[in-house]
Design a protein around this ligand. Structure first.
Ligand SMILES: Cc1ncc(COP(=O)(O)O)c(C=O)c1O
Length: 393
């Protein structure tokens, strides 16, 4: 399915049993059978649930995949993909990876004999050079969290195919409304549906979508065997969020572009990271592989200290200081002390996550109010910088 709004809205089925326009929440743990093994397609709700099945079907269509599999969190979805691997296998992963994925790979899977090689995937040649016969999975996020690095999905998919390894794209930041990695050659997509798919900061959820049914069946097996499923109510919340996905994403992109351009003009700002800016190093690739640049903007301060970043993130009114992103309300966070604190400081800085880096999740408020909010917060940074200068003098 394309990211056509009509198709998206009407891919959410009317209930065949009652005609209910909204998908019913099947809040049940089990299903009555006529005889052992004779049932209406469901037996036990870990294995399958009709509300979850609708959510899984919609996300599979949105991503142009064969199979969608829903999990209790984005990390549970990532975990299910890694369970495809065996001891001795290697993951080649983007260096600016989400901190939780780094923690999972390093602190859980390395002890089971799975190794990880982090490389800068923004240049596909680096991926080509780093693949070894042990590499079984290439893992990219594009855009990355939080420095909005862009990797060329189609080019990396070719490298994966040539080396008989799987390519998995974490599509959380773009969402399928902007980018469909499976169409560009990836084998798997994962989502933290906690973010744009849910869209209202009111649930934790994750999805895996596979291009091929055979791979989808393997992930389904893992979903049932490991059991980290999405509940019926949270499945319903995701479905309801997806109804407005296209509309929300359009406005997130418009607001984020204005915010990013404002930041480039501000004297307190050092670098601005947003793929929609013409001077973003991979702006051309982003323009080619996605139909918009998303709602996340990051920036660093000229006063590159955690202290200055803390002054900034505690001074805004509309941008609330919180982990997470992708909701209606604008959020901001300081990755060095929050989302990325599980990554050692040297590794974090080497991947571009500076001490003062601030990540904005630009919401759906009036953009002029958001600019005014940021402008005021910059005054707090200026006050702190001036105070420090006076103390030193
Ligand atoms: C890019 C990305 N992937 C995965 C996750 C993990 O998702 P969850 O928090 O739903 O487990 C996050 C969470 O912030 C994320 O930003």
């Amino acid at each position: 399915m394309s990211n056509n709004a009509t198709q998206l809205i009407h891919s959410i089925p009317v209930d065949p049993l009652t005609g209910a326009l909204a998908v019913p929440i099947y809040q049940t743990s089990t299903f009555v059978q006529e005889a052992p093994g004779v049932n209406k397609g469901y037996d036990y709700a870990r294995t399958g649930n009709p509300t979850r099945a609708v959510a899984e079907d919609i996300i599979a269509r949105l991503e142009n995949g064969s199979t969608g599999i829903a999990f209790g969190s984005g990390l549970a979805a990532i975990d299910a993909v890694i369970k495809l691997l065996e001891a001795g296998d290697e993951i080649l992963a983007v260096d600016d990876i989400y901190g939780g994925a780094f923690r999972l790979f390093t602190h859980i899977y390395q002890k089971f004999g799975i190794t990880v090689n982090y490389v800068d995937t923004t240049n596909a040649e680096n991926v080509f050079d780093a693949v070894t016969p042990k590499t079984k999975l290439i893992w990219i996020e594009t855009p990355t969290n939080p420095t909005l690095k862009i990797s060329d999905i189609a080019a990396i998919a070719k490298i994966a195919k040539a080396n008989r390894c799987l390519l998995c794209v974490d599509n959380t930041f773009a969402s399928p409304a902007l980018q469909q990695p499976l169409t560009l050659g990836a084998d798997l997509v994962v989502h933290s549906a906690t973010k744009y798919l849910g869209g209202h900061s009111d649930l934790i959820a994750g999805f895996v979508v596979t291009k091929e049914k055979e791979l989808g069946d393997k992930i389904k097996f893992i979903q049932n065997a490991s059991g980290a499923i999405l509940s019926p109510f949270d499945s319903w919340l995701v479905i309801r969020g997806i109804e407005t996905l296209n509309l929300r994403i359009k406005q997130h992109c418009l607001n984020a572009q204005v915010v990013a351009e404002f930041l480039t003009t501000h004297p307190a700002v050092d670098k601005v990271y947003y793929p929609g800016l013409k001077d973003h190093v991979n702006h051309d690739i982003a323009s080619r592989q996605s139909s918009g640049f998303g709602g996340i903007v990051s920036f660093t301060l000229k006063n590159d200290t955690e202290e200055a970043a803390t002054a900034f993130v505690t001074s805004t009114q509309y941008f609330k200081l919180a982990e997470s992103l992708g909701g209606v309300k604008s959020l901001l966070c300081h990755p060095a002390q929050m989302t990325h604190k599980s990554i050692p400081a040297e590794k974090r800085k080497a991947a571009g996550v500076a001490d003062s880096l601030v990540r904005l999740s630009v919401g759906l408020e009036e953009v002029t109010d958001l600019i005014g909010d940021l402008d005021k917060a910059f005054s707090s940074v200026a006050a702190l910088t001036n105070k420090n200068k006076t103390v030193k003098a």
